[in-house]
Design a protein around this ligand. Structure first.
Ligand code: ADP
Ligand code: AMP
Length: 216
């Protein structure tokens, strides 16, 4: 089961990725989480990535593609994986196809979580994320049981620096210019499925489970 999650920032990719990864026992690979970990550890990659992320721009393809290729070589990806936030450009999608092709495999499903732009600003500015495990909450739509604490691991919840109104607007422009063309790319590959991401979290997950099926 090799799955890609597509959709604008704030569509609910991270939220659904946790549920899918648990249900189907496949690793959840989020390039955003990988960059944030490197930023907090102040690695050379983190220092480079931060300047782009803080402005709402994409980290260059050369850096991003290598990180994902390395991650996909891990043994835990042999039975499948779930990519969240990658690919984000046609160049990244082509690099992923090449990598998988060289290993005799391909993407099974590119799942677009479809959410119109008018919902996004509310979702992003109300988002709170766990500093320990990356789980995503929302102050109104999906609040934690205890304020500022992650239900899953007890970690501290914070607001992401790139979830301000100004940066969100830039990220939406970047999405429509650079990432939206991937919808056509995966449609042409016959691997695109679309779910309505405006429904409640559990309903979206039910629809995704119907598309992916019950098999592990
Ligand atoms: P992405 O990973 O696509 O950027 P997230 O999964 O972090 O998006 O979700 C963005 C915000 O929207 C979070 O605050 C999350 O709790 C909230 N959210 C996710 N799915 C839904 C939904 N179906 N309805 C309402 N809010 C949602
Ligand atoms: P996310 O956590 O998916 O919202 O990603 C946060 C930020 O990390 C994005 O706004 C980009 O700056 C950067 N990023 C994440 N994934 C990628 C990618 N595949 N290509 C380029 N930049 C990325």
């Amino acid at each position: 089961m090799k799955i890609i999650l597509l959709g604008p920032p704030g569509a609910g990719k991270g939220t659904q990725a946790k549920l899918i990864s648990d249900k189907y026992s496949i690793p959840h690979i989020s390039t955003g989480d990988i960059f944030r970990k490197n930023i907090s550890e102040k690695t050379p990659l983190g220092v480079k990535a931060k300047s782009y992320i803080d402005k709402g721009q994409l980290v260059p393809d050369e850096l991003t593609i290598d990180i994902v290729n390395d991650r996909l070589k891990n043994d835990d990806c042999k039975k499948g994986f779930l990519l969240d936030g990658f690919p984000r450009t046609v160049k990244q999608a082509e690099a992923l196809d090449d990598f998988l092709n060289n290993n005799g495999s391909k993407i099974d499903t590119a799942l677009l979580i479809d959410v119109p732009e008018k919902f996004i600003l509310d979702r992003m500015t109300g988002r709170r994320v766990c500093t320990a495990c990356g789980a995503s909450y929302h102050i109104r739509f999906n609040p934690p049981k205890v304020e500022s604490k992650c239900d899953a691991c007890g970690g501290e919840l914070i607001q992401r620096k790139d979830d301000t109104e100004e940066t969100v607007k830039e990220r939406l422009t970047v999405y429509s210019n650079q990432t939206q063309p991937l919808v056509e790319y995966y449609k042409n590959n016959d691997s695109l499925s679309i779910v309505d991401g405006t429904r409640e979290i559990n309903d979206v997950f039910k629809n995704i489970s119907n598309i992916l099926g019950s098999d592990k």
